[in-house]
Design a protein around this ligand. Structure first.
Ligand SMILES: Nc1nc2c(ncn2[C@@H]2O[C@H](COP(=O)(O)OP(=O)(O)O)[C@@H](O)[C@H]2O)c(=O)[nH]1
Ligand SMILES: [Mg+2]
Length: 335
């Protein structure tokens, strides 16, 4: 089994320190990166089987835990360009980085999105960098599921930083917030993005706001609007950083990386940060529980019995009552 092999590799290398791994890029590290690639393919092809393997495995992660950085924003806002520069900066600091780019529009699974490939070209030969584009698969949240799995696998395999690039406004943002330790929202000056975001109710979700392409137009107005709309009412809460960048001119990247580090420090040392981490873990466990139970549950129920179905259609009983009844039937089955 592919993931089993991954685990063996991780066992092999668990005595090595992060530093020696990064400096020498040992063969063990290289085979780990290959194993990660295979394991993600496995996750994409058979999420249920992969989940059950993951769910039953005991992991020994190489400390310290990875930092998951979520980068989200509209297509074309410069996420891949910024990622490329962030990877460069993290590599200079000796960190290993996994980049997972989720492209819901791409029918290709496992294949790299052309633009991303071009923008991250300089890192493709670096064994300290793992880059993978994940396309959309299936309607049942296959992307989200396999992406979550891929992030956790990269963490288990000891990547220092994991950057997840996602597109869009709305659903995908709240999902990335759940998954990432630090969420960065990439905006453009004068684009009217912030109006859309406020409408979608997601403006308060990010930990860091980046106004990229500030070489094209002044970011001042948008920065002011963001300051007004994102300041937390609780003085103990993390106050989102609002930063102008220009990926083209390579400006503002060090500040962005520093802000990500400050946010990490806040989450790891501040009591409120610990609370946020707990809430995230609860959400992740509950979501995983949902994913674990759902297939068994649906299999056990098979289909809604005609009698109950007719009752709902005839307006005699609410659907919720039937759901409760079916849930009880399922619980009796597994007890
Ligand atoms: N002028 C300017 N163009 C940029 C900047 N960042 C990215 N771009 C360009 O915007 C386009 C989309 O960038 P990309 O990184 O692929 O955006 P993504 O879709 O959010 O990943 C590309 O043509 C980039 O060269 C920037 O800071 N300034
Ligand atoms: Mg991109």
């Amino acid at each position: 089994m592919i993931i089993q092999r991954t685990l063996d590799v991780s066992q092999l290398t668990k005595q090595l320190t992060g530093d020696s791994l990064v400096e020498g890029m040992s063969d063990a590290w290289r085979s780990r990166v290959r194993a990660l690639s295979r394991a993600i393919t496995f996750l994409e092809n058979d999420p249920l089987l992969a989940m059950s393997v993951l769910g039953n495995a005991q992991f020994e992660t190489i400390a310290p835990p990875s930092r998951v950085i979520g980068l989200t924003g509209l297509p074309g806002s410069g996420k891949s360009s910024l990622t490329n520069l962030m990877v460069r900066s993290l590599r200079k600091a000796g960190k290993t980085v996994a980049v997972l780019a989720v492209d819901p529009s791409s029918p290709l699974s496992g294949g790299a999105v052309l633009g991303d490939r071009v923008r991250m070209q300089e890192h493709f030969r670096d064994p300290g960098v793992f880059i993978r584009s994940m396309g959309s698969r299936g309607a049942l949240g296959g992307v989200a599921r396999s992406t979550r799995g891929a992030v956790r696998l990269a963490g288990i395999l000891g990547f220092d930083a994991i950057i997840v690039e996602t597109v869009g406004i709305g659903q995908s943002e709240s999902e990335i917030v759940e998954l990432a330790d630090t969420t960065v929202l990439v905006l453009m000056p004068n684009s009217g993005d912030e109006v859309q975001l406020m409408k979608a109710g997601v403006l308060q979700l990010a930990d860091i706001y980046v106004i990229n392409k500030s070489d094209l137009a002044s970011p001042a107005r948008m920065m002011n609007e963001l300051h007004e709309n994102t300041a937390p009412s609780d003085p103990e809460a993390w106050c989102p950083a609002i930063l102008p960048t220009s990926a083209t001119n390579e400006e503002g990247i060090d500040k962005l990386v520093a802000a990500i580090q400050s946010h990490a420090a806040y989450e790891q040392t501040h009591p409120k940060g610990l609370e946020v981490r707990k809430q995230r873990a609860i959400k992740e466990i509950l979501r995983a529980l949902h994913n674990v139970i759902e297939p068994d549950f649906l299999q056990a129920i098979e289909k809604v019995p005609a009698e109950q179905l007719n009752e709902v259609v005839a307006g005699k009983r609410p659907a919720l009552a039937i759901a409760y009844e079916l849930a009880q039937k399922f619980t009796r089955k597994i007890n």
